[in-house]
Design a protein around this ligand. Structure first.
Ligand SMILES: C[S@@+](CC[C@H](N)C(=O)[O-])C[C@H]1O[C@@H](n2cnc3c(N)ncnc32)[C@H](O)[C@@H]1O
Length: 267
């Protein structure tokens, strides 16, 4: 089992929302502006989590229907309860086996998921299977290798300076393909055509250092999963180490960058 396996903790919808969902929601709106999808489309979303992108599609993109999927029963329950819209359906499923017929949707999408899919190329092939001719394959992932998500990058750098084993868990190291070049190569390997890749930057602002630290103690996601696995004294040391760099007695502002991708089926 890889060293990170125990820490990719995808459950506890509210905790996840506080850690990551709120930032994904900000990227989702910008992603959809860039994607400029057609109205009245049939959508399929992979790894919907608590529904950050699902909600943005329903609010601003006038879909005919959206089937939102995630392997976490916890997240599906949370998203279903939070999003009461007759156009949306929620199902438990993985990217490896999508619960949809061949050529049955116009747009297949996912937010911050592809890097967690065990075989990404196979995931992209499966996404193409469900797309109608002329359909759009789309997704976004954080720019982990470029230190693109500042609050997670700061966390892992501090963690690795206190625990050499933490370096292995750093998402920047785990997901080296999350660069413009790496994503372009991946799309080509999966047989996609006309791939376009564009950065989306947001500012993640926490009112103070405690607000920055708190989501790491909620256990939802790789860095919080690691944080809560530590003995109390080690966790206190990590917090103190981060505070040295980030606690200036006021807001903590860091940038986060995602790569947005859209492509066509390579027939
Ligand atoms: C960082 S969260 C993103 C959630 C949501 N899309 C968002 O933007 O907030 C990653 C999501 O990927 C899901 N996931 C993990 N492995 C997956 C797989 N093999 N197939 C589909 N989804 C997966 C997790 O359950 C989790 O909901």
């Amino acid at each position: 089992m890889p060293p990170h396996a125990g820490f990719d903790a995808w459950s506890a919808g509210q905790s996840y929302d506080h850690y990551m969902g709120r930032w994904s929601r900000m990227v989702a709106t910008r992603f959809l502006d860039w994607l400029d999808p057609p109205r009245s489309a049939d959508w399929l979303e992979i790894g919907c989590g608590t529904g950050a992108l699902t909600a943005a599609i329903l609010q601003g993109r006038d879909p005919n229907a959206i089937l939102a999927t995630d392997p976490s029963e916890d997240f599906i329950t949370h998203a279903r309860a939070a999003i009461a819209d007759p156009r949306a359906r929620f199902e438990t499923a993985t990217a490896q086996k999508l619960p949809a017929e061949n050529e049955s949707v116009d747009i297949v999408t996912s937010a911050l998921v592809l890097n967690f899919v065990p075989d990404r190329r196979a995931g992209l092939v499966e996404m193409q299977r469900v797309l109608r001719p002329g359909g759009v394959l789309s997704f976004y992932v954080w720019d982990y290798p470029g230190g693109g998500i500042g609050f997670i990058d700061a966390f892992w750098k501090a963690a690795a300076s206190l625990d050499a084993d933490a370096a292995e868990l750093d998402e920047g190291r785990r997901f080296p393909f999350c660069t413009a070049e790496g994503l372009g190569d991946l799309c080509a390997e999966a047989g996609l055509s006309d791939a376009e890749i564009s950065p989306i930057e947001i500012v993640t602002e926490f009112p103070d250092f405690e607000a920055f630290w708190h989501p790491f103690t909620l256990g939802a996601g790789p860095a919080p999963g690691y944080c809560m696995s530590l003995p109390d004294d080690h966790r206190d040391g990590l917090k103190a180490h981060l505070a040295e760099d980030l606690d200036r007695g006021g807001p903590v502002r860091l940038t986060a960058r995602a790569w947005a991708v859209k492509a066509a089926r390579g027939d």
